[in-house]
Design a protein around this ligand. Structure first.
Ligand SMILES: Cc1ncc(COP(=O)(O)O)c(C=O)c1O
Length: 357
């Protein structure tokens, strides 16, 4: 990006961070990337110290919800090189979200160059411990100041970075709750847009009050087909097949999900992307055919599911000897830390490094 301007922080906060005890999502690095859409083009790319932003009370994103985001991670190879996992797919998904929410696309070269520039600049913030990473949050929101429902003309795209520890430190429990839905056909379930997460907060709160970590979403029409979980896609390992719900418009197309599918198929497993009813899951559990259940997503990578409750029926599993979810986790983590050869070209070393002060 030739017109990128950089304003360095005078003193980095990195030495004050306790990298052994990182909470998820609370610590931000020194700098942020920002670029504005003026109604016709993206202008004024800049990296500057993280600071509070002032916002107008008529900001349209606040009122009408044009707000989308991505989530990706940077890790470090053994020799210290910062590594990204499939960043180009995040640019593609960001733009799919932008189209659905009537927002301008961010050119993929700007997205990718900005990721390399900010992660290169903040590389001292990439944690070295396994299970930890630098979480990268690109996001875009409306900036017109107006009351009245219409698409904004102007937008801001930003990237912030946060060193993070493990998302779920232990196996999780899910509640399949037919009273609530996350997304319906024709809606915005496939877009990574803020409102999807806001709509999930209340059902998730009720689930937590009953001792569950997350809702296992069911489809909106018949309330019986398994969809996804919180911020993860979901896989069921049965004796003779692995099943993950097909992405037919209501489920976020996870980049971890796509990667796991490729790894499993490459290792000769039969994986079916299809409709899977909660009744089938229960019946096959009762028949002793359900071996493993795990969620996949950037934040958690692979999270084992040890309990699912549906209609007062409990599925209880013990994940201590699961081999498949562990093999997948080890393979992706191995690639991300440069200890396993990346045969598929998923790992992208950070190339454009902006000198830190
Ligand atoms: C609703 C939802 N589903 C699934 C995922 C998993 O997607 P990915 O593997 O790209 O992180 C996420 C996280 O981004 C999510 O927010």
């Amino acid at each position: 990006m030739k017109d990128l301007t950089i304003h360095h922080i005078s003193e980095s906060r990195v030495s004050k961070v306790d990298f052994q005890n990182l909470p998820f999502g609370k610590i931000i690095t020194d700098h942020m990337f920002e670029i504005d859409y003026d109604g016709t083009k993206w202008v004024n790319p800049r990296i500057s110290p993280v600071e509070k932003m002032s916002i107008h009370p008529m900001n349209m994103a606040l009122h009408y919800g044009q707000s989308i985001f991505e989530g990706m991670k940077a890790s470090r190879s053994k020799d210290g090189t910062p590594l990204l996992f499939r960043p180009e797919l995040h640019a593609v998904r960001m733009n799919a979200s932008a189209r659905r929410m009537c927002m301008p696309e961010i050119p993929e070269d700007i997205f990718n160059e900005a990721i390399h520039a900010i992660v290169g600049l903040e590389q001292e913030w990439i944690p070295k411990m396994e299970g930890s990473a630098l979480y990268i949050r690109p996001f875009m929101f409306a900036t017109d100041e107006m009351i009245g429902v219409k698409a904004s003309d102007t937008y801001k795209f930003m990237i912030i970075c946060l060193p993070v520890g493990p998302y779920y430190p232990k196996p999780i429990k899910l509640l399949a709750e037919p009273r609530f839905i996350r997304a319906a056909k024709g809606g915005v379930g496939e877009a990574k847009t803020a409102g999807n997460y806001a709509a999930a907060l209340y059902p998730a709160k009720l689930a937590r009050e009953q001792g569950y970590d997350q809702i296992l979403w069911l489809d909106a029409k018949q309330n019986k087909f398994v969809q996804e979980v919180g911020t993860m896609n979901i896989f069921f390992v049965f004796k003779n097949e692995i099943v993950t719900p097909a992405t037919t418009g209501t489920i976020l197309k996870g980049i971890t999900r796509a990667s796991v599918l490729e790894i499993l198929r490459g290792n000769g497993h039969e994986v079916n992307e299809r409709d899977l009813s909660i009744d089938e899951v229960l019946a096959r559990y009762q028949a002793g055919e359900l071996l493993e259940v795990f969620g996949t997503g950037t934040a958690a990578l692979v999270a084992n599911v040890e309990e699912i409750k549906y209609d007062n029926i409990h599925i209880n599993l013990d994940s201590s000897n699961w081999t498949l979810s562990k093999a997948i986790k080890d393979e992706i983590n191995g690639m991300r830390f440069g200890t396993i050869e990346d045969k598929r070209g998923w790992i992208v070393p950070v190339k454009e490094t902006v000198a830190a002060v």
